[in-house]
Design a protein around this ligand. Structure first.
Ligand SMILES: [Zn+2]
Length: 315
């Protein structure tokens, strides 16, 4: 069977039944060009692609290249080449976050004007210490201790003085204040159903830094709205980030998509695939003579079983 035929058949047919409600879904694949795509990316791209194609919608591509230290043009070129090779055609132009900084700045200014941001002058080391010292530092859903809000209570005069002095700082979202503005929020995941935003599970996340003027959270929310994405498909490791995105959408008056957090593809030992898993990159598998159809066949058991990938072929 050709790659194209496999594409049309759909990798996870039954899982897309809830999407067949007559709406044409706009989805996106949004990798960071910090390495070569691996099997986990192929799965995520295919998932977004199929959700769009099966519903007569559109499949978009966005390169999340905000981090100039880690992103490289050769990886961006390789992403386009790998998608072409896989037979996953996307619609419209490629969006690159590095070219959209003024839009993120506008969103940040809007949040500042709404009074829901504060500058945080803490270094990483200080934050670790503050978390240790704050016995009641809240835990996030992943079990990590959240930022205890040390800089939230700084006096306005001190903020102004430290900023004027050129001290580096990050802009953090004052979640309590933000939720007081928006009221209770909920979001819809195709697999999990309605999920209420739990204020206690959200830390005061960073939305911008001095070196990188927009965080992942801010850029994703701005871009999904600008690209008209109606269904955000992504791995379940980002489930905990979605309440923050829902909150930002409410604050910025942006349309609210639906989400579909899918299972992650793991390696033979059950570990999440990372970019350092060189042997599982599409480049490597391709060099060993595998074609796109073989890639999809490899991913099929993973799609059915949930987490683990029976990668018997991995060298
Ligand atoms: Zn701080």
């Amino acid at each position: 069977m050709t790659a194209r035929g496999e594409s049309e058949r759909g990798l996870r047919g039954p899982d897309f039944v809830p999407l067949l409600d007559g709406a044409a879904h706009v989805t996106r694949f949004a990798p960071s060009p910090t390495g070569y795509l691996h099997l986990g990316h192929a799965y995520a791209a295919r998932f977004a692609h199929d959700a769009a194609r099966l519903t007569g919608g559109r499949f978009l591509l966005r390169l999340e290249d905000l981090d100039p230290q880690r992103c490289r043009p050769e990886f961006a070129a390789a992403i386009l080449d790998d998608l072409r090779w896989l037979g996953l055609r996307f619609d419209g132009p490629v969006i690159r976050q590095s070219q959209r900084l003024p839009l993120y700045r506008q969103a940040l200014d809007r949040l500042r004007a709404a009074g829901v941001l504060y500058p945080c002058f803490c270094t990483r080391k200080q934050i670790r210490q503050e978390i240790e010292e704050a016995a009641a530092a809240p835990h996030g859903p992943s079990g990590d201790r959240l930022y205890p809000g040390t800089c939230r209570g700084l006096a306005e005069a001190e903020r102004a003085r430290r900023m004027a002095r050129g001290e580096p700082f990050a802009w953090r979202l004052d979640v309590a204040r933000a939720l007081a503005l928006t009221g209770p929020l909920a979001w819809y995941d195709v697999r999990a159903g309605w999920v209420e935003v739990d204020p206690g599970a959200l830390g005061d996340v960073v939305l911008a830094r001095k070196d990188v003027p927009a965080s992942y959270h801010l850029a994703v929310v701005v871009d999904d709205a600008a690209q008209g994405v109606t269904l955000v498909t992504r791995g379940e490791d980002l489930f905990h980030a979605t309440p923050v995105h829902r909150l930002l959408q409410a604050l910025l008056g942006l349309p609210v998509p639906r989400w579909y957090h899918h299972n992650l593809i793991a390696d033979r030992d059950g570990r999440r695939m990372a970019k350092r898993t060189g042997a599982l990159t599409l480049r490597h598998l391709r060099a060993r003579g595998l074609g796109p159809a073989a890639i999809w066949r490899l991913l099929e058991p993973a799609a059915e079983s949930g987490r683990t990938h029976p990668l018997a072929v991995a060298p």
